[in-house]
Design a protein around this ligand. Structure first.
Ligand SMILES: Nc1ncnc2c1ncn2[C@@H]1O[C@H](COP(=O)(O)OP(=O)(O)OP(=O)(O)O)[C@@H](O)[C@H]1O
Ligand SMILES: [Mg+2]
Length: 291
């Protein structure tokens, strides 16, 4: 009976699509976004988070910057006060055994179980992006074994074990303060630079650190490019080091980004030059999806 057959076919088709969709949702990867101050890390992290969410993925956006900008870039109203996990003194003590500033002479738990961190402190945007606002305490050079740092290290280690999610981590400049924990879990890094000598020097340092940590895929995103002349200039400055990146993207300077900041949500609706190039970055990241 042809009518019955075609109905069955339709049901199979729908079931197959649902299966495909759910298997896509079970996949994920972790990417760290780094670069010089003001280069465009937060904007890019937020925009990529929105794009992956729109594609049906589970997204966890992690903010490691003590300035806490990412939630507002994701559309949380600017008047909302957010306290990073590392500033939650009771949680720090509960997990590490010491309160911030009181670690001397106390046995610190360096490997606490923080698997409850997203459930207890995760926030959610209206469009369903999970956020974890970690905050950050020290720079690597000080090598401080303070309780907040023990907690943050444990959180990064825990994040690297979560499955079935796309995790995008916005950072303050450099990646050194994360130590080896990043190497185990984060398989991709986007280093973002403005088309200037100083900004690119930071990008080269970040590249070196990412390679030392063993992050397999490292991309360069040249941001706020106003003209082909500017792009040529930065490529000239970069010289051969450009070949050390797995891919190089060029994101145009885009008035729409500035007009709508800090919230990137309105850019989603616009087919702007910036969003077109970010779509290319998204596709590059998706090539290294983990089961
Ligand atoms: N392609 C672009 N075109 C125009 N403006 C941009 C572009 N990318 C980012 N911006 C603007 O540049 C400013 C800095 O961007 P953003 O906050 O994303 O940088 P950041 O690297 O996270 O800075 P910080 O180091 O302070 O955290 C913001 O006002 C943002 O709107
Ligand atoms: Mg930022």
């Amino acid at each position: 009976m042809p009518e019955k057959d075609s109905r069955r076919e339709r049901i199979f088709k729908v079931a197959e699509e649902l299966r495909k969709k759910s298997s896509v949702r079970d996949k994920g990867f972790r990417v760290v976004i780094t670069g010089k101050g003001g280069a465009g890390k937060t904007t890019l992290t937020a925009f990529l988070s929105k794009l992956f969410k729109r594609d049906g993925f589970n997204v966890l956006a992690v903010d490691e910057d003590p300035q806490v900008n990412l939630p507002y870039a994701l559309g949380i109203p600017p008047e909302t006060k957010i306290i990073p996990v590392s500033r939650n003194i009771d949680y720090v003590e509960e997990k590490t055994g010491a309160r911030p500033g009181e670690a001397w002479g106390v046995m610190l738990s360096l490997n606490p179980d923080v698997s409850d961190v997203v459930d207890r402190f995760g926030l959610r945007t209206d469009d369903g992006i999970n956020m974890l606002i970690m905050g950050s305490v020290i720079q690597a050079a000080t090598g401080c074994l303070c309780p907040e740092n023990a907690l943050l290290d444990a959180i990064v280690r825990y994040i690297s074990l979560r499955k079935g999610e796309i995790i995008l981590m916005d950072t303050q400049a450099g990646v050194e303060h994360f130590g080896r924990a990043l190497a185990k879990g984060f398989s991709q890094a986007i280093i973002i630079t403005e088309p200037s000598f100083n900004s690119f020097q930071v990008a080269v340092n970040s590249l070196q650190l990412s390679r030392e940590l063993g992050i397999p895929h490292v991309y360069l995103a040249i941001n706020k490019v106003r003209s082909s002349k500017e792009e040529e200039k930065i490529k000239r400055i970069a010289g051969k080091s450009l070949n050390s990146f797995d891919k190089v993207f060029s994101l145009p300077y885009d008035e729409i980004v500035l007009e709508t900041e800090p919230d990137v949500t309105p850019i989603l609706e616009k087919n702007s030059p910036y969003s077109k190039e970010v779509l290319r970055i998204k596709e590059a990241l998706k090539k290294h999806m983990e089961e």
